[in-house]
Each structure stands twice: as C-alpha cells, then as structure tokens.
Design a protein around this ligand. Structure first.
Ligand code: BTN
Length: 254
C-alpha cells in the first residue's frame, strides 16, 4: 500500500509532517506514503484535543493518499475504513476482541486503544491528498490521570508486549483491501456488514453531544456514507454526521 515509508525518531505530528512532504510525494508521482514516528511532541487529536504521544511505546502513523480517486465529500468515510482496518488487525494478530466506537475509535475492554484523525487538501474539485493519522496504544502501561479511565493499550490488555511493526503492517495490509472495496462503490456499502459486526454501539443507547444540544437514542448501524443511524424514543431514525459530534454510552465511554 505505502509506496514509500518515512521514519523519524521525533516529530511534532506525523499529520503535519506528511502535509509538509506532500508536494515532494506528488512530484515523485507517488500514490501513497506512510509516515511513522517513535514520538510526537504535538500529537493532534479530534476536536482540537492533544494526542498523548510518548516515545518508544506506541505507533503514531499517517497514511498519505495522493490524488486519491475519491470525491472530497466522501473522503471522511476513509476514517471509518481505517478504524475497521485497525480493529481487524488487532483482533487477528493479538486475539484481543477489539471493537469500534463510532465513528472511528478502536476500543478494547471498554477503553480506547486507537484514535484516528483525517485531514484533506482540496484543489479545484478534487482531493489533492488525504492524510489519515492513526495513533495506537501498544506497549504503554501508564497513562496521564485524565486518561486512566478512558484509555488502555494492547500490552495492558494482553499482559505482554506486542511487536509494533507487526501490527502496523497488519493495519496497512487490511486497509489496502478495505480501501479497494470502498473505491469500487465509492462508499462503505461492501464494508458495512463487517463494520456493524464490530460496532460496539450497535443496538445500545448512545448520548449524542452536538454543539448546542444533547440527545439520547439507540444506535442501529451506519449508512453507506458512514453516518450513524440513531433511533429516537418514537421509533424515528435519523442520520448523525461525524465531525463536531461526540457519542458516548449512557453510563460509560462506549
Ligand atoms: C483522536 O482524537 O481520537 C484522534 C487521534 C489521532 C492521533 C494520531 S497519532 C498519529 C497522527 N498524528 C497526529 O498528530 N495525530 C494522529
């Protein structure tokens, strides 16, 4: 999948780094490149949050897709394709029963093990590039106090260390297959069943936190565009777009 791999011991953020190298990659006619770092000094999370990125323990990577054959409005679905790929790789390689918390958190034992953040540059009507940043907690055993009840790692769940390279390769391999299926129909139709099989929110009550309102409903699955289908108390089903939305379980993180 990745035609070129970039590696550094320390970067501010692999997403920022990938963006800086995008013109070089386009000049080389690359379709994809992978940016990996051992440590991030300014790791970016969703909704403007910071991504805790200590050295030597985890995976911080950005997959840069150059001139992807995807309409810009559909590119945000690639975040869900990546979430699915991470959950599959973790399950297949470690045996941990990881699942997905919509739209793209990967969760084990009720706590987050992976976060994904996608950025895009549009030129004219086309995507010049899409960069998918992925942070996976692998061998980290201690978390800052504010994350202790929300975050875990593969090592904590398994009771032994994992080989970062093996899981990274497994994620990229699965993404490649899932991405092909996505491109065929230009939506998540072919991946929907597998995504919903691993969707932890499915048929559970969720609290939707939008900018100025909060609502409760039951998550029923996703649309081919990746929106969450939420049923309200009257049985009406609405589609919730990712973006500036947080979804929580009623009494817990999922
Ligand atoms: C989230 O908040 O859940 C998204 C976290 C995304 C973190 C990854 S780590 C690699 C890449 N570089 C960044 O700065 N962020 C993403």
């Amino acid at each position: 999948m990745a035609e070129k791999i970039f590696w550094r011991n320390s970067v501010d953020s692999t997403l920022t780094w990938a963006k800086e190298e995008a013109d070089f990659c386009l000049g080389e006619n690359l379709k994809s490149a992978l940016f990996l770092a051992d440590k991030q000094t300014a790791g970016k999370g969703r909704l403007g949050r910071v991504w805790n990125s200590p050295a030597g323990e985890n995976v911080y990577m950005t997959l840069l897709l150059l001139k992807p054959p995807v309409e810009p409005v559909k590119a945000s679905s690639l975040t869900l394709v990546m979430g699915l790929s991470v959950a599959q790789a973790v399950r297949d390689i470690t045996g941990i029963s990881a699942g997905i918390k919509w739209p793209n958190d990967v969760v084990a034992a009720g706590k987050k093990i992976c976060g994904i953040l996608t950025e895009m540059k549009i030129r004219g009507e086309k995507a010049e590039y899409v960069s998918i940043g992925v942070g996976i907690n692998m061998n980290q055993r201690e978390f800052p106090e504010e994350l202790q009840d929300k975050a875990t790692s593969l090592a904590l769940e398994l009771g032994c260390e994992v080989v970062r390279e093996e899981i990274t390769a497994g994620v990229v391999e699965r993404f490649e297959k899932n991405y092909e299926l996505f491109l065929e129909k230009q939506d998540l139709q072919s991946l929907r069943e597998e995504y919903e099989r691993l969707l932890l929110n499915k048929d559970r009550q969720v609290r939707i936190l939008e900018k100025e309102k909060e609502s409760i409903g039951i998550a029923r699955g996703i649309t081919p565009a990746g929106e969450l289908l939420v049923e309200d108390e009257n049985g009406a089903v609405r589609q919730v777009l990712s973006g500036e939305v947080s979804v929580r379980g009623l009494y817990s993180y999922v």
